[in-house]
Ligand binder design. Structure first.
Ligand code: CA
Length: 229
């Protein structure tokens, strides 16, 4: 049975969501405070989180950001304002879906099921033996050398693919441009460390929602690049 955490301070909405999900055989926990909600999300095993934005303690933007630093389970944002959805997309906080209040509870249940199914597919994805990296909607099949962003396949050149998969399989490690150039390009290659910058830019254009605020490959000023886990 899948466990779902609902962080919502409006009791009537929280209970409505819970009732519909329980009718579909989900196990549901409610939390109305942002700080307590984030702690539970991080320390307990939930399969999906339904997150309100305006909350006491800590808002949904911050919860989403902090949660994504360590966990990849799906997040559905529920907001009272359309502008907040644009903001959360713009910030690249890694939410998987968004719904605006008032919403249809049965549509919410349908989306929960769809996200759980997609996440399970991604976790156990790839043909047997294929080495697959899956992080927040980005899926890299190292064996087939294919890349998907939120289910949509993107085309990568050989070096772009090599660079992206090298960074993704060494997350949270900062590499200088020199290190990346020497690892991905052999000594006879024409080019220099500026080549790395150009390739990072092209990769971001393919995988990032907002290239000005990258959620996958971060620039560490004066150091180099890091793939954010
Ligand atoms: Ca609220």
């Amino acid at each position: 049975m899948s466990r779902i955490l609902i962080i919502e301070d409006e009791t009537s909405i929280a209970e409505l969501e819970r009732d519909y999900l329980e009718l579909s055989d989900f196990e549901v926990e409610l939390e109305e405070d942002g700080v307590r909600g984030l702690n539970r999300a991080l320390n307990e095993d939930f399969d999906l989180m339904i997150l309100d934005l305006m909350l006491p303690g800590m808002d949904g933007f911050e919860i989403c950001k902090k949660f994504r630093e360590t966990k990849n389970t799906p997040i559905i944002i529920i907001s009272a304002k359309k502008e907040d959805i644009d903001k959360i997309r713009g910030l690249g906080l890694g939410a998987d879906d968004y719904m605006i209040k008032p919403f249809s509870p049965s549509e919410m249940v349908a989306r929960v099921k769809a996200h759980l199914a997609r996440y399970e597919r991604l976790i156990g994805s790839g043909s047997p033996g294929n080495e697959v990296i899956e992080i927040r909607g980005l899926k890299i099949d190292k064996t087939a050398r294919r890349v998907w962003v939120n289910g949509e396949e993107k085309n990568f050149t050989t070096k772009e693919f090599d660079l992206l998969s090298f960074l993704a399989q060494n997350p949270n490690h900062v590499y200088t441009k020199e290190e990346l150039f020497s690892r991905i390009w052999d000594m006879e290659s024409i080019g220099d460390i500026a080549t790395v910058t150009v390739h990072i830019k092209k990769i971001r254009e393919k995988i990032e929602f907002n290239t000005a605020k990258p959620q996958y490959i971060e620039t560490i000023w004066g150091m180099g690049y890091r793939f954010k886990m």
